[in-house]
Design a protein around this ligand. Structure first.
Ligand code: DGY
Length: 422
């Protein structure tokens, strides 16, 4: 098939998932607007309709809380194909939403969008209108999730990491009590159970949702008492990169906001603190469970986000390059979300092994910037092969290449248009 055929399919996927200004990740399985999905999908829309692309981010900002938080899901409409919905979360201000966030990559996507925008007056007017809200969002992360100014923000839920059932959360999540009420999962109506998290994990995901509600979403109470608190290396690195990108955009488009100096200081704090998350034992970056003060020593692709963010020193980047090479060659396709040599590696189960193409793209960017083009090229070639062999799935079996999770997936289509099909 010709490249243009794949590009047309990708554009069609965005259109079928368009719910009138926001894009669902895929119909049925995820019938609402998800934060980091939407940020990536907006980038894909730039290849179809620039006005529509900016609208995607406007719809995300429409769900912003007064404290600046951009929720992980915005429940624009009702749907009975997903659980837990707005009734369980009991949260939201202008719109029903969840009470947690997701990897804050929207500013980085806006910088990418600005670089390819052809309608410059539209770009300028949209950025002028939206960037102050994104600054508020970043300030919220640093204020609410790092009240002691450590330079390392905390996540309160595995869903906040976007990497829900990553082995890195196993110990921290095991310490969370399980909900005692009965519930009916809906994800298993759409996807095989061996590609999704286990019930024992859902029981704890839901306990945390209840805990937030019982705490009246009060940041102080949650910070003091949340039974799950993790300095998430993926979020920390993506937030750092997005803050840099946000400051670049604000400077370029002359956006004034009293919080900009604060953001520069936060960057310095993170630079000073990041090596606390390096393990001499594994020679890798990890998340830290701040309740036990222990590093989560599983090796997951989130550790490479430090290279994407430009946070790792040249020496550490060299170590991570060698690691990525071995890692990439240890499964049929690269890059598995958990290192294949781990006993926890499951090549088909959500964030415990499968390949996620938006993550491939971010890791490839990092290695390309570090002049390690061979890794970036391998990730791109493998992404192309997966797309051609299996289609536009949510994620892919790292050994068989089989498409897993939802089909006709928006961020896969977006990344295909922006990177894979180039
Ligand atoms: C889910 O429901 O599986 C989502 O990943 C939560 O964000």
């Amino acid at each position: 098939m010709k490249l243009s055929t794949y590009q047309n399919t990708a554009k069609e996927i965005l259109k079928i998932n368009d719910f009138g200004g926001y894009t669902v990740p895929t119909k049925g399985l995820y019938p609402f607007q998800w934060n980091w999905d939407s940020a990536i999908t907006a980038l894909g829309w730039m290849y179809v309709d620039e006005k529509r692309a900016w609208k995607e981010i406007e719809m995300l900002i429409a769900g912003q809380w007064q404290n600046g938080m951009l929720p992980h899901i915005i429940f624009h409409q009702e749907s009975d194909t997903y659980f837990p919905g707005p009734d369980v979360w009991g949260a939201g201000e202008k719109l029903h939403s969840t009470s947690i966030s997701q990897p804050p990559i929207v500013a980085s996507m806006m910088l990418e969008m600005a670089a390819i925008a052809t309608d410059k007056p539209l770009l300028e007017s949209k950025l002028k209108a939206m960037l102050p809200a994104i600054v508020d969002y970043h300030l919220w992360w640093y204020r609410d999730r790092d009240p002691q100014n450590t330079g390392l923000v905390s996540s309160y839920h595995p869903w906040e990491s976007g990497m829900d059932n990553s082995p890195a959360w196993d110990d921290a999540l095991a310490a969370v009590p399980q909900v005692e009420w009965e519930y009916q999962r809906r994800d298993l109506n759409h996807v095989d159970s061996d590609q999704r998290p286990h019930k024992a994990q859902y029981d704890r995901y839901l306990y945390l949702v209840d805990f937030f509600k019982k705490s009246n979403f009060d940041p102080q109470i949650i910070y003091q008492n949340c039974p799950y608190k993790v300095q998430d290396i993926g979020i920390i690195a993506m937030l750092y990169k997005a803050t840099l990108d946000l400051l670049t955009l604000c400077q370029q488009f002359k956006i004034e906001h009293q919080g900009l100096d604060q953001l520069s200081k936060e960057l310095e704090l993170t630079e000073q603190a990041i090596d606390q998350l390096w393990s001499d034992e594994t020679q890798f970056y990890h998340s830290r469970n701040t309740i036990t003060n222990e590093l989560c020593l599983d090796q997951t692709s989130a550790g490479f986000m430090t290279v994407y963010a430009g946070l790792s020193s040249p020496e550490k980047t060299q170590i991570l390059t060698e690691c990525a090479q071995t890692w990439a060659n240890s499964s049929q396709y690269s890059l598995a979300s958990t290192i294949p040599s781990s006993e926890k590696y499951e090549p088909q189960r959500y964030w415990r092994g499968p390949i996620w193409l938006h993550i491939n793209w971010m890791i490839a960017q990092g290695f390309e910037k570090s002049n390690q083009n061979f890794i970036a090229e391998k990730l791109q070639q493998d992404a192309k092969a997966l797309l051609k062999e299996s289609g536009f799935f949510e994620y892919f079996h790292a050994d068989s290449g089989q498409g897993c999770g939802g089909d006709n997936f928006s961020w896969t289509a977006a990344i295909a248009l922006h990177w894979i099909l180039k």
